[in-house]
Unconditional design. Sequence first.
Length: 257
Amino acid sequence: GIAEQIRSKVAVRVNTGESPRFELIKADTELLNAQKAAESASLRIAQARAALRSVVGPTLPADFQVDGSLTRSPVVPPLDELRADVLARNPELLRSQAEVRRAERQLELERLRRQPEVALKVADERDRELRDTRLGVVVSVPIWDRRQGPVAEAAALLSRSRSEEAGQQLVLLQALEGAYREYEIARTQVNALENGILREAESTMKVAEAAYRFGERGILEYLDAQRVFRAARNELIAARYALQLAVIEIERLRAPQ
């Protein structure tokens, strides 16, 4: 890798007496740190692959490849449009709204049962010589039973359902606003790193590398410039990852059907 190439070049300069001994020690340290970081990254990749297989199941082959790239910056609709989508399409909220409608119908039914009920009765009696058919109307007037208990229970159920719906709506909208803020922050960081910070760090590293090759600067300045570039690149990767996570959370809350 790059660290190994740098170490080899430094070793040549030290052995020929062009550079002091401590530059080789510094190069060895940088090489060890790079190897350690590479091993740590390989372990995290293996752990992530194993976790994904445990979620998907054994149908996912062990040598699977991920098709995608963090370099593509997704774009989401404005926050007002996202709020409308969540309120209209989120399955958890739709379920709460269905519970409210069911409670409303139950309360209406219990109130209707307090009204007089009319029933039509037909009786038909037959024997060998006579057939007697009677038709009557039965009116039930609930004078004593005003169904206060069932009506109150239905009203309480409706109140609880509406409260749960309002709470669910509040939680979803707060989660959406939080995810949208994370999206905006990550998008701003990605733009800043891509369009300025990373380019400047790369340019500085190239200048330091050229100066070192021509003997105008020492290895320490070059390694410091390279470290700054790697740090900026790592920040960009982390910002892109945070951007993707925010978009995934927004899509989860929208839950299009």
